[in-house]
Design a protein around this ligand. Structure first.
Ligand code: CP
Ligand code: NVA
Length: 300
């Protein structure tokens, strides 16, 4: 695998291979078995947005794999003063073995991959968040054992998380439903693809979409970069919350996932969050194992 720009670029087989590698690396980490597969390799981490999980999982991941990482805030890079991404890509390709980038525009990530000669990993854009969804799929498999025929329901804004969850879920044979207000649907091309390639539905009716779900998923109502819309979004998304009523219509053994950070009493109640904190924090931990698997696939 050369890059991880978006999940649409991967086949089901490639996704499953990443998940298998992640399981193996998790087992080895838990049992103190070293796996310095990227000895001497360097990874640049470019961040134009905040991060807790993505930054720490990639930094610790590179350390565990025997390599090293450099945190590069785009505020401090010349990119923040207007140096174009095409030049940045060509320069950084001379120093590093790989780049993880978190930014706004997906086209910036694609341009890095086009002009650079080293693997590029998408650590979140406004369009998608493939690294998170690999960890989510890993967690779903840990809890449920399989994907085929399972139903995943996403409640909330049709954002970067939703786009990647639809692609990852459908590619692995899950049924995916999205409950979102009109005008806040996921990417139109991704929805078209999902309708044509699997069992997919999208509607403003939360309880209808959540019916018989095995996995309930939500994310913030206002993503990074949408802070100015936060107050207006609170009104629009008021009823798009994972709460007891949503759990009642789901399967009795439904799991609840959240990519984090969470806003309690907005997209999820404190009660549901705490009742499902085991799977939510397993999911957060799995970022580390899944990101290491991506690094091994791209950099080895
Ligand atoms: N879920 C996630 O990507 O978290 P961070 O924004 O903290 O990296
Ligand atoms: N949709 C959120 C995801 C954070 C991990 C955002 O983009 O801010």
């Amino acid at each position: 695998m050369k890059n991880l720009l978006k999940l649409m670029d991967l086949s089901e087989k490639e996704i499953v291979e990443i998940l298998n590698t992640a399981d193996q690396l998790k087992f080895e980490k838990k049992n103190g078995i070293p796996h310095r597969l990227l000895e001497g390799k360097t990874l640049g981490l470019i961040f134009a947005k905040s991060s807790t999980r993505t930054r720490v999982s990639f930094e610790v991941g590179m350390f565990d794999l025997g390599g090293m990482s450099l945190f590069l805030s785009s505020r401090d890079l010349q990119i923040g003063r207007g140096e174009i991404v095409q030049d940045t890509a060509r320069v950084l390709s001379r120093y590093l073995d790989g780049i993880m980038i978190r930014t706004f525009d997906q086209r910036e990530v694609e341009a890095l991959a086009e002009f650079g000669t080293i693997p590029i990993i998408n650590g979140l854009t406004d369009y998608c968040h493939p690294c998170q969804v690999l960890a989510d799929l890993m967690t779903i498999r840990e809890y449920k054992g399989n994907f085929k025929g399972r139903k995943l329901c996403y409640v909330g804004d049709g954002n970067n998380m939703t786009n990647s969850l639809i692609v990852g879920g459908i590619k692995l044979g899950m049924e995916v439903s999205v409950a979102c207000p009109e005008g806040y649907e996921p990417d139109a091309d991704i929805m078209k693809w999902a309708y044509a390639n699997g069992k997919f539905s999208c509607s403003p009716d939360v309880l209808e979409m959540a019916k018989n779900s095995d996995v309930l998923y939500t994310d913030v109502w206002a993503s990074m970069g949408q802070e100015g819309e936060a107050e207006q979004r609170k009104k629009v998304f008021k009823s798009y919350q994972i709460n007891d009523k949503v759990l009642e219509v789901s399967r009795s053994d439904a799991m609840v996932l959240h990519c984090l950070p969470a806003h309690r009493e907005e997209e999820i109640t404190s009660k549901v969050f705490e009742a499902h904190s085991r799977e939510i924090f397993d999911e957060a931990e799995n970022r580390l194992h899944a990101q290491k698997a991506v690094l091994v696939k791209c950099l080895l």
